[in-house]
Design a binder for this molecule. Structure first.
Ligand code: ADP
Ligand code: MG
Length: 209
């Protein structure tokens, strides 16, 4: 039932990678999941089309007006995962209005965090008129394996005033490799990647509970 939107107007932050891997992770746990591609660029659509045996249903809703109908569709699923658009303000605004949770992938760079400020301000303004909906958190994406977040990142994150999940998605070849076949890390045997996607799924499920 919950609608989860993975949003960040910046391209390359890992929205599609995180949407597809989290959706598959929830599917592996027996949940009925729908992926919504809200990006006119259609990366999630291309990903889906690359694998005839993809176990997940996907719909494309890349006009703000279409997005408004999502809450009706969501009733038939355990989770709806919206893969966010880049640089399309009306799409992002429409997604924020219908979503229960927003997760914002950011690479561990202060520039990327600052670039997310407008989105964070928009979410906070929405929360004020809705009693806190959508709840929002950052996901550190494309982190370098084995390194801790620098102090400047921790400070930049704190300045944004939203929480951040403890689990990071690391920069790993297995993400683009599996995506190119329309898959996810669940189609690989990469134990480290599987462990981080599963740990992030655990954290998200605990957060939205
Ligand atoms: P967005 O949807 O925000 O534009 P993508 O998920 O499409 O971002 O990622 C942009 C590019 O970076 C893609 O080529 C993708 O395969 C690659 N990428 C994303 N996340 C990772 C990661 N954790 N490790 C390696 N490559 C990644
Ligand atoms: Mg994308």
């Amino acid at each position: 039932m919950p609608i989860i939107s993975i949003l960040n107007p910046k391209g390359g932050s890992g929205k599609t990678t995180i949407t597809t891997n989290l959706a598959r992770s929830l599917h592996e746990r027996g949940h009925k999941v729908l992926i919504v591609d809200s990006d006119p660029q259609g990366s999630a659509r291309d990903w889906h089309a690359a694998n005839e045996e993809n176990p997940l249903p996907l719909v494309a809703l890349d006009r703000a007006n279409n997005v408004k109908s999502l809450p009706n569709v969501a009733a038939a699923y355990d989770f709806v995962m919206v893969d966010g658009a880049a640089k399309l303000e009306d799409m992002i605004a429409a997604s924020i209005k219908i979503t229960d949770f927003v997760f914002i992938p950011v690479t561990p760079s202060p520039y990327d965090l600052w670039a997310a400020s407008d989105l964070v301000e928009f979410i906070k303004a929405r929360q004020e008129v809705t009693d806190g909906k959508p709840a929002a958190r950052f996901i550190i994406s494309r982190a370098i394996a084995g390194t801790r977040l620098g102090d400047e990142i921790v400070t930049a994150l704190a300045e944004q005033g939203l929480g951040v999940f403890t689990t990071h998605i690391t920069q790993r070849q297995v993400y683009p490799q599996t995506a190119s076949e329309g898959g996810t890390v669940f189609d690989s045997k990469n134990a480290d990647a599987l462990a981080e996607v599963n740990a992030l799924t655990d954290e998200i499920l605990a957060f939205i509970d």
